[in-house]
Ligand binder design. Structure first.
Ligand SMILES: [Zn+2]
Length: 176
């Protein structure tokens, strides 16, 4: 539930607009550079220039869709295409917190996990000084991929990017 003091996002009865580069598929968001005259948006992740779909024909500097407003920190779409995938939940956790906070967070996460549908896919990424992508499908063993965050500068934004495979260090456990 969204706190009452945050702007309410109008319901979006359409699918998210995706970057057309097949290896990217990033979703249109407020960090994208938009040329309202040519109706082209540039992906901040791969720099691909993408045309807007036909139903964005009326887009203009003073007539932006909700997904281009930075005050809507969460955007919810009602998908038009049927999906065959079960729901996916990705938890991204900042671990630079006190021991008490970490304990409370661990309890909240455990509660959240107990409320998810049985067929849901769950992912966990934790980040502090290092970033860890946790493997959750191995019973009894806590395994994760640890790597140093790498930052690349694109226009005015700093973007976090995943390093190449050879820069990933397997294994150290955190939650156990
Ligand atoms: Zn892209």
């Amino acid at each position: 539930e969204r706190p009452a003091d945050q702007p309410q996002q109008p319901p979006l009865e359409y699918d998210p607009v995706l970057c057309q580069k097949s290896t990217c598929k990033a979703v249109l968001n407020p960090l994208c550079m938009v040329d309202f005259r040519t109706k082209i948006w540039q992906c901040p992740f791969c720099q691909q220039r993408n045309p807007f779909p036909p139903h964005y024909a009326a887009i203009a500097e003073d007539n932006r869709p909700p997904e281009l407003y930075p005050q809507f920190t969460t955007i919810e779409y009602t998908l038009k295409k049927a999906t065959t995938l079960p729901p996916i939940f990705l938890f991204v956790v900042d671990t630079c917190i006190s021991g008490d906070e970490l304990k409370a967070l661990k309890e909240s996460l455990t509660t959240a996990l107990s409320l998810l549908p049985a067929d849901a896919f769950v992912g966990l990424i934790t980040f502090g000084r290092m970033v860890e992508v946790h493997e959750l499908n191995v019973k009894g063993i806590a395994r994760s991929y640890v790597f140093k965050p790498v930052f690349e500068s694109h226009s005015n934004h700093k973007l976090f990017v995943l390093p190449n495979d050879d820069q990933v260090i397997p294994g150290r456990k955190l939650f156990c």
